[in-house]
Design a protein around this ligand. Sequence first.
Ligand SMILES: [Zn+2]
Length: 88
Amino acid sequence: MSSSSNRSYRPPPPTHCEHEQPVIRQTSRTIDFPLRRFLGCVEYYNGSKCRTFYWLDPELPNDYYKHEVCCIPFYVMKCHMFGYISDG
Ligand SMILES: [Zn+2]
């Protein structure tokens, strides 16, 4: 029995970015990383060159999950339409 460790070292999450602004939690909307949360610069989606970036969520194990996760907004929308989810 080999007891090789699969745990790779992760640096602690950043609290501030290169601009010394507090990083904020954001959600990726790319096809490759759908709905994956990360910490990044406030200006990240405003074309910032800031490289501060830290994944909060683990990587999805395969393309099947990526595809399913991509579909979630659609499912939720349908649920709203049919009244499965109420807005309170
Ligand atoms: Zn920044």
